[in-house]
Design a protein around this ligand. Structure first.
Ligand code: C2E
Ligand code: CA
Ligand code: CA
Length: 420
């Protein structure tokens, strides 16, 4: 499965880029320079302290694309080195590099992102070409000011995009941790905009939620996803379908009937479909939330608590709502093999979920070490770059074909059967 990751990564992700390397150790700086050149960097500049960083980044002339930032400098730290800079006017993206405790690094990343810097996932020293390529590939921390500030689409534009079926389903495979087989897919929305290309959900889901268009979008998306899966014969395979459902959508009393009608038109039954309740907009009325989730379960749909461990998805929701599946947020998965605190949280979450009768999906699985750890902890399903990137229907069909599920595979009665 490591191959999938390798295929998805360009050999020279730094091609044409100017990189500023902030590093006080001269040997490490030289190593970093040669790694950057290997990955295609056009130019590298080494800064040994905060003053040099400020000067280099503020200097007129050549723009910097990437800053490799050592978080512990001899006479200061990486956060102090960026103090005098105006993040909103800086085009460069930052990749922190450090030998510190991962939790300290995490806090530093959140702090920098909170100040508006575009920060990639941190790299644990020693720096290697592989680690740098992966950090570049992951992209900067979502939710930075720069992205949010870019003009959001209007409600009219969103409505026309839904009507014209410009919002299309992409699919990310979920694999059994035990067998490695694809047993389900998560449907992820993409907006194929004629002028801007393919847009990610961070750009249009908030607008859809605010304008009340999220429910009609979800129904169209489920319809299109079910149609694609039916076309590729996935209904006859043991393949589950998960789709995100914004919590406020649950307040609609006719929702379960409409969703059931949408999927049955394509020969799918509710037991094949799991709704992942996302936290982005909280439904304040807990009674409506309980009613909405309970009714979806009564209709036979699966129900997942998404991004477990962050914000909304609390132990209280787990206790009171009828979930069938728990999705561990990727912030606990990423880096867990080298982080005792994350491992403890993962292990106890799996025990708790299984104790409550829920299946467990781990998100954001990117490395073989993470896969092995999660499998050893008893996680049921794995989802991440390692097990498969989100892709369109044609690519999914090709992937399923290439992994040729045995013809003898029978339609599972429930998602639990699928996991056996
Ligand atoms: P999510 O439900 O947690 O979806 C997983 C996100 O993580 C996806 O981003 C996916 O591309 C990304 N991802 C998967 N594996 C990895 C990995 O190994 N490493 C990393 N770094 N990322 C990984 P995407 O597609 O941009 O979706 C972002 C969020 O947008 C989703 O998070 C979900 O909350 C929301 N969303 C997407 N589609 C819909 C939708 O149809 N309805 C609603 N309400 N929300 C949606
Ligand atoms: Ca999800
Ligand atoms: Ca999630």
């Amino acid at each position: 499965m490591t191959q999938a990751w390798k295929h998805g990564t360009a050999a020279t992700p730094l091609a044409g880029h100017r990189v500023v390397i902030v590093e006080d150790d001269r040997t490490m700086a030289m190593v970093a320079e040669s790694i950057c050149r290997k990955l295609g960097a056009r130019a590298t500049v080494v800064c040994a302290d905060g003053a040099a960083v400020a000067e280099t980044l503020a200097a007129p002339g050549e723009a910097t694309d990437i800053v490799l930032l050592d978080m512990m400098l001899g006479a200061g730290d990486g956060i102090a080195a960026l103090r005098g800079l105006d993040a909103t006017r800086m085009t460069a993206e930052i990749i922190p590099v450090s030998a510190s405790d991962p939790r300290v690094l995490d806090a530093a990343v959140r702090l920098l992102a909170g100040r508006g810097f575009r920060v990639h996932p941190p790299i644990a020293k020693p720096l290697t070409a592989d680690k740098l390529a992966r950090a570049l590939d992951a992209g900067p921390h979502q939710g930075t000011l720069g992205h949010a500030a870019e003009g959001q689409p209007s409600a009219e534009r969103l409505a026309s995009a839904i009507a014209a079926d410009e919002i299309v389903p992409w699919f990310q495979p979920q694999r059994s941790a035990r067998t490695g087989r694809i047993v389900a897919v998560e449907v992820l929305a993409r907006w194929a905009d004629i002028d801007r290309g393919l847009l990610t959900p961070a750009w249009f889901i908030p607008g859809l939620e605010q304008s009340g268009l999220i429910a009609p979008m979800t129904e169209r998306l489920l319809d299109a996803a079910a149609a694609s899966l039916a076309r590729m014969g996935a209904a006859t395979l043991p393949l589950g379908v998960s789709i995100n459902l914004s919590a406020p959508t649950l307040a609609d009393p006719e929702l379960p009937e409409r969703l059931e009608a949408v999927i049955s038109a394509h020969g799918l039954a509710p037991r094949h479909v799991t709704f992942e309740i996302t936290e982005s907009a909280v439904l304040a009325n807990t009674l409506l939330l309980l009613e909405g989730t309970a009714r979806l379960r009564l209709h036979g749909f699966g129900l997942a608590i998404d991004d477990f461990g962050t914000g909304w998805s609390s132990l209280d929701q787990l206790r009171t709502l009828p979930f069938t599946e728990l999705k561990i947020d990727r912030s606990f998965v990423s880096g867990a093999p080298d982080d005792a605190a994350r491992r403890v949280i993962l292990a106890s979450t799996v025990t708790m979920a299984h104790g409550l009768g829920l299946s467990v999906v781990a998100e954001g699985v990117e490395t073989e070490a993470e896969r092995a750890l999660l499998a050893s902890l008893g996680v049921d399903l794995l989802q991440g770059w390692l097990t498969g990137r989100p892709c369109d229907a044609d690519a999914l069909a090709a992937l399923l074909d290439s992994e040729a599920l045995p013809a003898a595979a029978m339609l599972p009665a429930t998602r639990e059967d699928m996991l056996r």
